[in-house]
Design a protein around this ligand. Structure first.
Ligand SMILES: NC(=O)c1ccc[n+]([C@@H]2O[C@H](COP(=O)([O-])OP(=O)(O)OC[C@H]3O[C@@H](n4cnc5c(N)ncnc54)[C@H](OP(=O)(O)O)[C@@H]3O)[C@@H](O)[C@H]2O)c1
Length: 266
């Protein structure tokens, strides 16, 4: 029987590349977007991951059509750039509500189904920003650190039900993420952070735009699905960024902050 996979945020970037790859390889793929989408190979459903009712309806649709959900990939997400001091309440809600709240909403809706069917697999999109606090992407990092803590605890809670949980921690990839990033006007215009933010942001954008292709991540995700005993965490990044994750683990905290300040031209 073909595995049924639900991928949030399948209209673009990683989600799109993963949905296309899995559907080509025989999986039954359901993908979400906030807008109506049509595709001959992917079953699109309208879902805003921030809205619990929208999530509930979308998940019910998948189950009523396919009878089960074998794999959930929590991928929907976005980024906000700016200083932590000047982030507005609305920006913080948007960042945490989409990335972390969205992941929680969809997990909660799908876990009951996976438990009842006797197992399943959840793959949550974190980031190397979920391993280190990225300057001027602080609430983005906070949302991914939250996903890290949530997913680790979830893995412990649901292993006994036959549900496997993994996190993918990508480095820089060229997707629509960069163009869609919302940048804080309060930080950018006339603040104590403006000049340093401008330097950092141009570096961040340059690295993302020259980043790896999303198809590479899609290939990795398929391997994780096919692996009998998947790991809890997978770093998918270029060598330099993999090294930064290693340094984060071994260096004293303040020394690593110094490296971050220097690297991001803060
Ligand atoms: N690109 C990178 O370098 C990078 C690195 C590390 C981690 N990531 C993570 O990878 C994930 C995918 O990002 P991407 O790079 O593929 O970006 P992308 O090309 O901008 O795609 C983002 C996807 O998320 C969906 N989305 C956004 N807000 C949503 C909401 N409230 N409800 C439902 N769907 C929503 C979008 O769908 P609609 O707009 O159609 O609704 C879109 O399909 C994110 O979690 C991101 O944090 C990206």
């Amino acid at each position: 029987m073909n595995k049924v996979v639900l991928i949030t945020g399948a209209s673009s970037g990683f989600g799109k590349a993963t949905a296309e790859r899995l559907s080509k390889h025989g999986y039954t793929v359901y993908g979400t977007s906030r807008k109506e989408m049509n595709d001959s190979n992917i079953h699109f459903i309208v879902m805003d991951v921030r809205e619990r009712e929208s999530v509930k309806k979308g998940v019910e649709k998948v189950v009523s059509e396919s009878g089960r959900i074998d794999v959930l990939i929590n991928n929907a997400g976005m980024g906000i750039g700016g200083s932590l001091e000047l982030a507005t309440e609305e920006e913080i809600d948007m960042q945490m509500g989409t990335n972390f709240g969205g992941c929680v909403n969809v997990c909660q809706a799908v876990l009951t189904i996976m438990r009842q069917q006797g197992g399943g697999q959840i793959i949550n999109l974190s980031s190397i920003g979920g391993v280190m606090g990225l300057p001027y992407q602080g609430f983005y990092s906070a949302s991914k650190f939250a996903i890290e803590g949530f997913s680790e605890a979830l893995a412990a809670e649901v292993k006994g039900f036959g549900i496997k949980v993994s996190m993918v921690e990508p480095g820089d990839f060229a997707t629509n993420f960069t163009a869609r990033r919302l940048n804080s006007e309060l930080t950018a215009k006339n603040s104590a952070y403006s000049a340093s933010f401008a330097r950092s942001l141009s570096l961040i954008e340059k690295e993302e735009n020259g980043g790896l292709r999303p198809e590479k991540l899609a290939e990795k995700i398929e391997k994780i699905i096919e692996c009998r005993k998947p790991k809890l965490r997978y770093v998918v990044a270029n060598l330099e960024q993999k090294l930064s994750v290693l340094l984060k683990r071994i260096l004293p905290g303040n020394m690593f902050v110094g490296i971050l300040r220097n690297y991001y031209k803060v």
